[in-house]
Design a protein around this ligand. Sequence first.
Ligand code: SF4
Length: 138
Amino acid sequence: MKIMVSACLLGENCKYNGGNNYSERVHAFLEGHEVISVCPEVLGGLPVPRVPSEIVDGVVTSRDGRNVDKEFRLGAGLALERAEREGVELVILQSRSPSCGAKQIYDGTFSGKKIPGQGVFARLLRKNGFTVLDAEEL
Ligand code: SF4
């Protein structure tokens, strides 16, 4: 199966703090499948490291108050195009990210509080008919 995966779950240092979210569980699940790695935030032109962001009243905003919605949506759109082009059958995403979060996100107050919801990439993928899993659901 062709599976698209959040790049940070594969060990790529594309996380806001310059690190990654390598997951042994994801790694094991992917064995024998064709893997396509993607980081929508980097695709949208955001640097590594970068100031963390949350979705505040529907707008992706960085902790220092900048509106980064355009970059997030651009990256999500480019990543979606790639998923379509590659004929991806399943997408596995990092939990709670304002891009990749597939069932839960932070509440927009930068206080660590989580709420049910999705990041902009997860939402776009589902809207376009892709099957999306949160890495913690594996
Ligand atoms: S945008 Fe997605 S792939 Fe990129 S660092 Fe955040 S969670 Fe990982």
